[in-house]
Design a protein around this ligand. Structure first.
Ligand code: NAD
Length: 503
């Protein structure tokens, strides 16, 4: 197996080309000709150069998107949706390839990126279907005097800013509803994961959308990202990333009165009551923190165990941690791969040191000796943690879970809500009333009862508190990506005041 994956690495490395910007239907260098280096997280080797866009390239892309809006925004719906279905189909045809590039670029295990890419194809089909079936207005009868009705219109140029943790999936999550509703797009992908965004540009190019409808400007957050946010011809910004970046973006977009969707960080609790199905809860807790290398916004990074089952549960957790397969991200058996970047690796390691200083007992799995050149952090439990600790309050965004115990329902609810974040929550109990009661009382945008993080595309996705503003998913995305206009129509002779007629 090792032999096979080593050759896979070399083979993909040969196939990776330098990445350009995609503006107005063409792959181009940055106007400045600046580039930045893309590094592979498995070997920490240089992979390729990426064109580094700045305000000049953003302006070009926004102007192209603005021009294209005249065509795309006015196109007959069925014709537009045919393009959206086509993009989904082209992604489907290249799942294996995209997944390999994604794993190569990010360190996410191939068995997991394959599923994400398949989901990405579904995002396009889903939003084409949703526009057909659910993008409809309302009518208000006002006696025999008026009929008022609402319509949805595309907003204009959508600026989409995405993170590196599930790049392809999160990009399509925004691009599909933005394009399907008739907006044109400028995407600014994360600088640490440019490869799959480039494949997406190739696919959308192949689908033949009118030039300028979709554009990609690679570059840094402070230059390309900030210019997109500040551009007066960009009407909306959909952002996924860290909470502090979200807050910075909102400040920078205030002058041009941007409409924002904010999908931000999380520190989600996983609560196991004494009556829960412990086998299933264990599977879900382990998957929820160690899948996607722990770089997952909805990860259950805080585990609360009822004291009666805590010892047994922790013993079984340790066994799992010992056995998690840490390996080459392109090996289908690998369960945990390397973190995206050396900088992020050091951040996560620093948190483990802080946990030690704060009094946690650290329990970690092993990293095979041959993997030392990658950004590997072993699956880690922070035992004997408590809510006063920094490592329980702050998002670590790696394969690290704080483990705590509780006695009473009220107590665990207070602990669950005692963080600034409010993205997801997981409640495990066989008491049906308690399951609903506790889930509803948790301050989070989403909660799962006796379930891992399974999501139906029709449901709203998003966070409460510092985890976000607004909801993506289902028809909730239409509130963000469309302008709802009301048309008031007089159908009778309602009274109109006659100023100036009295004298
Ligand atoms: P990040 O905030 O560092 O970067 C995200 C994107 O913002 C990147 O493209 C970056 O270049 C850009 N950016 C940075 N500064 C900017 C600025 N001043 N103006 C405009 N753009 C700027 O986030 P990250 O480290 O890439 O991603 C990890 C974070 O994303 C975690 O906090 C995670 O919880 C969060 N996340 C949230 C969700 C969700 O749905 N709630 C999903 C995935 C990830």
């Amino acid at each position: 197996m090792a032999q096979q994956t080593v050759s896979q690495y070399e083979e993909i490395k040969k196939r990776v080309k330098d990445v350009k910007l995609y503006i107005n239907g063409e792959f181009v260098d940055a106007e400045s000709h600046e580039t930045f280096e893309n590094i592979n997280p498995f070997k920490n080797e240089f992979i390729n150069e990426v064109a580094s866009g700045d305000h000049v390239d953003i302006h070009k892309a926004v102007m192209a998107a603005k021009e294209a809006f005249n065509i795309w925004g006015r196109m007959k719906q069925n014709e537009r949706l045919e393009y959206i279905y086509k993009i989904g189909q082209l992604i489907e045809e290249r799942i294996e390839d995209i997944a390999l590039f994604e794993s190569f670029d990010t360190g996410l295990p191939i068995s997991q990126t394959r599923k994400q890419v398949a989901r990405s194809a579904q995002n396009f089909r889903f939003y084409a279907d949703m526009v057909k079936s659910h993008l409809s207005g309302e009518a208000y009868q006002v006696d025999d005097e008026f009929i008022n009705y609402t319509i949805h219109k595309p907003v204009g140029v959508a600026g989409l800013i995405t993170p590196w943790n599930a790049p392809f999936m999160l990009e399509t999550w925004k691009i599909a509803p933005a394009l399907a509703t008739g907006n044109t797009v400028v995407l600014k992908p994360a600088e640490w994961s440019p490869l799959s965004a480039n494949l997406l540009a190739e696919i959308i190019d192949q689908a033949g959308l009118p030039k300028g409808t979709f554009n990609v400007v690679h570059g840094f957050g402070e230059t390309a990202g900030a210019s997109l946010v500040a551009h007066p011809d960009v009407q909306l910004i959909s952002f996924t990333g860290e909470t502090k970046t979200g807050s910075e973006i909102m400040k920078n977009g205030a002058d041009t009165l941007k409409r924002f969707s904010m999908e931000l960080g999380g520190k989600s609790p996983f609560i196991v009551f004494e009556d829960a199905d412990l086998d299933r809860a264990l599977d879900a807790a382990v998957w929820g923190i160690f899948s996607f290398n722990g770089e997952r916004c909805t990860a259950n990074s805080r585990l609360y165990l009822h004291e009666r089952i805590a010892d047994e549960f922790i013993a079984r957790l340790k066994e799992r941690v010992d056995r998690i397969i840490v390996g080459d991200p392109m090996d289908p058996n690998t369960e945990l791969g390397p973190l995206i970047h050396k900088t992020h690796y050091h951040n996560v390691k620093r948190y483990i040191e802080i946990a030690k200083d704060e009094g946690c007992e650290i329990y970690s799995g092993e990293i095979p000796a041959e993997l030392t050149s990658g950004n590997y952090v072993a699956p880690t439990l922070l035992l004997n943690a408590n809510n006063a600790m920094k490592v329980v309050q702050e998002e670590i965004f790696g394969p690290v879970m704080a483990v705590m115990t509780f006695k009473e329902e009220d107590e665990v609810l207070e602990l669950a809500n005692d963080v600034k974040y409010g993205l997801a929550a997981y409640v495990w109990t066989n008491d049906i009333k308690r399951g609903h009661r506790v889930s509803q009382a948790i301050e989070s945008g989403m909660a799962w009862i006796n379930s891992q993080n399974v999501r139906d595309l029709r449901t709203p996705f998003g966070g409460a508190k510092y985890s976000g503003i607004g909801r993506e998913g289902g028809y909730y995305a239409f509130e963000f990506y469309t302008e709802r206009q009301v048309i008031h129509v007089s159908i009778g002779d309602h009274r109109i005041p006659q100023f100036g007629k009295k004298a």
